[in-house]
Design a protein around this ligand. Structure first.
Ligand code: PEP
Length: 250
C-alpha cells in the first residue's frame, strides 16, 4: 500500500515572517491528516528556519532543486551534502520551470536525481508535456523520454524510494487542471513503463499529480488508482488550503 504524499512547492515566494506563520499552521494541522505524508519545499535561504520549526514534527521538508556536483567552483549552486546538513528528506528535480527557464536537459535532471540519491535524499522527478506536445498527441513519448534519461543512469531500483511527479506543463500555475481521467491515464502509463522493468518496484513508486491542484479538485484526483499524492504550487502557500488538499487524500 503506497502512503500518499502531499508536497508543497513554495517556489520563490515568502519571507521569514510569512514562512513562520505558514510552517506553524502546517505543523499544527498535520496531526489531523496523519494518513498522508506532508512535505514542504522552501527557497534555499529558509531551509534553516524550516528545519528549526519542523524539527520533531511529522512534516518532512526538502529543496526545489540541487546541484549535479557535490562541491567545488559552481557559484550560486547548492549541493546535496549541504541540503543533507539542513535535514532535507527530499529534493525536487526537473521541475518544468527549471527545464524551460534554466535550460535543464534530461541528462542534467538525471544527474541531479543521482546527486540527491548519493547523499540519501529522495528525489521527486518531475515529468510532463507542454500544451503543444499534448495537442500533437506525443504526451506519452515526452514523458517516456524524460523517464528514460533517469532509468538509463540510475536503473529501475532507484524508484523504490524515489518519487515521480506528473505535471502537465499547461496545468502549472494556470488554473487549468488535468481531468482525473487524463491524469490517471498518464500515471498508469508511467507505472506500466516501470512495471515492464520491475513489477515490484512499480508497485512501490509513488506518482504524484501536479498542476493547479487545490482543495476543490483534490478529492477526485487523489481517488484515482495510480495517483499517490500531489505536488502543489500556489495552493501550498496557505496552510488551510494545503491541509485541506491533504485531508482529501485521507
Ligand atoms: C508546481 O509548480 O509544481 C505546481 C503544480 O504549481 P501549481 O499548483 O501552482 O499549478
Amino acid at each position: 500500500m503506497r502512503r500518499k504524499l502531499v508536497a508543497g512547492n513554495w517556489k520563490m515566494n515568502g519571507s521569514a515572517e510569512s514562512i513562520r506563520g505558514l510552517l506553524q499552521g502546517i505543523r499544527d494541522g498535520a496531526a489531523g491528516v496523519s494518513a498522508v505524508e506532508l512535505a514542504v519545499f522552501s527557497p534555499f535561504v529558509y531551509l534553516a528556519q524550516v528545519q528549526q520549526q519542523l524539527h520533531g514534527s511529522a512534516v518532512a521538508w526538502g529543496a526545489q532543486t540541487l546541484s549535479e556536483h557535490a562541491s567545488g567552483a559552481y557559484t550560486g549552486e547548492v549541493a546535496g551534502p549541504m541540503l543533507k546538513d539542513f535535514g532535507c528528506a527530499y529534493a525536487i528535480v526537473g521541475h518544468s520551470e527549471r527545464r524551460t527557464l534554466y535550460g535543464e536537459s534530461d541528462q542534467a535532471v538525471a544527474n541531479k536525481f543521482a546527486a540527491a540519491r548519493k547523499v540519501g535524499i529522495k528525489p521527486i522527478l518531475c515529468v510532463g508535456e507542454t500544451l503543444e506536445e499534448r495537442e500533437k498527441g506525443i504526451t506519452e513519448s515526452v514523458v517516456e523520454r524524460q523517464l528514460k534519461a533517469v532509468l538509463d543512469l540510475e536503473g529501475i531500483g532507484a524508484f523504490g524510494e524515489a518519487v515521480i511527479a506528473y505535471e502537465p506543463v499547461w496545468a502549472i500555475g494556470t488554473g487549468k487542471t488535468a481531468t482525473s481521467a487524463q491524469a490517471q491515464d498518464v500515471h498508469a502509463f508511467i507505472r506500466a513503463k516501470l512495471a515492464a522493468l520491475d513489477a515490484k518496484v512499480a508497485g512501490q513508486t509513488r506518482i504524484l499529480y501536479g498542476g493547479s491542484m487545490k482543495a476543490a479538485n483534490a478529492g477526485e484526483l487523489l481517488a484515482m488508482a495510480d495517483i499517490d499524492g500531489g505536488l502543489i504550487g500556489g495552493a501550498s502557500l496557505e496552510a488551510k488550503e494545503f491541509l485541506a488538499i491533504a485531508k482529501a487524500g485521507c
